[in-house]
Write a protein that binds this ligand. Structure first.
Ligand SMILES: C[S@@+](CC[C@H](N)C(=O)[O-])C[C@H]1O[C@@H](n2cnc3c(N)ncnc32)[C@H](O)[C@@H]1O
Length: 226
C-alpha cells in the first residue's frame, strides 16, 4: 500500500521545509529578534509577543520526531488529531499523512502568529493535505475550546509554559488509548516548566503512562489510560 508521506507532493514539501529549517541558525535568529534563549523562559514577553518575534523562525520537529509522530498516528489508527503549535506546518504534514492513510479524518492545529498561519496553509495546500488539516488561527487556549467528541492523538509543540493548560483543555476529549506526544521535552526553559509537566503525567492519579524517547531534544510519549 503506498504511503501518503512518500507521495511526491508531501515528500517534496517536507524536503523543502526541512532544508530551510536546516539552514537556519535558531539561536542567532532568536538573538536577532531580541530574545535571550540562554535565560530562563523569557517571562518578560507574553506568549503572543514571543510568537511575534519568532515569526520567521521555523522551529519544527526534527525529521526523526516527525517520522515518530507519523508512525504513532498510523499505529493507533488516529483519525482525529489535535496539535498545539503549527508554525510552518511541518509536524501537521506528518500527522495528516498518517490520518489520510488511516482512512481520513481531521488534524486540527493552531497558530498564534498570522504570517506563520498563512505560510502553514500554503504548505498544506502544496502537499495536497489541506482537506485534512484545519488550521485555527489564534491562542490555542481559545481556539481549542471547541473540539470533536473524541481525540486520538494530541501533539503538544507550542510554548512550553502552555503545555499543561492545553493538556487540561483537551484532556476530557482524549479517548482511552489516546496518546499525547510532547516535542522538545529536554529543552530546559527554566521556571520548573518541564518538571511540572513530567510530575503531572508521571503521577498515576492523572491516568497516564509516560516515558521519554531519546529522539532529538527528547520526545515524551504519554498514553491515556482512560
Ligand atoms: C515549536 S513551534 C511549532 C513547530 C511545529 N509543530 C512544527 O513541527 O512545524 C511552536 C509554535 O507555537 C506557536 N504558539 C505558541 N503559543 C501559542 C498559542 N498559545 N496558541 C497558538 N500557537 C501558539 C508559536 O507561534 C510557534 O509557531
Amino acid at each position: 500500500m503506498p504511503s501518503t508521506l512518500r507521495s511526491a507532493a508531501v515528500a517534496s514539501t517536507l524536503d523543502r521545509l526541512l532544508a530551510a529549517e536546516e539552514r537556519q541558525d535558531v539561536a542567532a535568529a532568536f538573538a536577532a529578534a531580541g530574545v535571550d534563549v540562554t535565560a530562563d523562559y523569557p517571562v518578560e514577553l507574553s506568549p503572543a509577543e514571543l510568537a511575534e518575534r519568532a515569526k520567521d523562525i521555523i522551529m519544527a520537529v526534527s525529521p526523526e520526531a516527525g517520522q515518530l509522530l507519523h508512525l504513532f498516528a498510523r499505529s493507533i489508527g488516529a483519525r482525529t488529531v489535535v496539535e498545539f503549535g503549527a508554525s510552518f506546518g511541518i509536524s501537521a504534514l506528518y500527522l495528516a499523512s498518517a490520518v489520510r492513510d488511516n482512512g481520513g479524518g481531521r488534524v486540527i492545529t493552531t497558530e498564534f502568529q498570522a504570517d506563520k498561519a498563512r505560510r502553514a496553509r500554503e504548505n498544506f495546500a502544496a502537499a495536497g493535505l489541506d482537506d485534512i488539516i484545519e488550521l485555527r488561527e489564534g491562542d490555542a487556549l481559545e481556539t481549542l475550546r471547541t473540539l470533536p467528541d473524541t481525540v486520538d492523538l494530541l501533539h503538544l509543540d507550542g510554548w512550553p509554559t502552555l503545555r499543561l493548560p492545553v493538556l487540561d483543555l483537551v484532556r476530557p476529549r482524549l479517548r482511552p488509548g489516546a496518546i499525547v506526544v510532547v516535542d522538545d521535552i529536554d529543552l530546559d526553559v527554566g521556571l520548573n516548566i518541564r518538571e511540572e509537566f513530567l510530575a503531572h503525567v508521571d503521577d498515576p492519579a492523572n491516568g497516564f503512562l509516560s516515558m521519554r524517547i531519546p529522539v532529538h531534544q527528547g520526545v515524551q510519549l504519554c498514553l491515556n489510560l482512560g
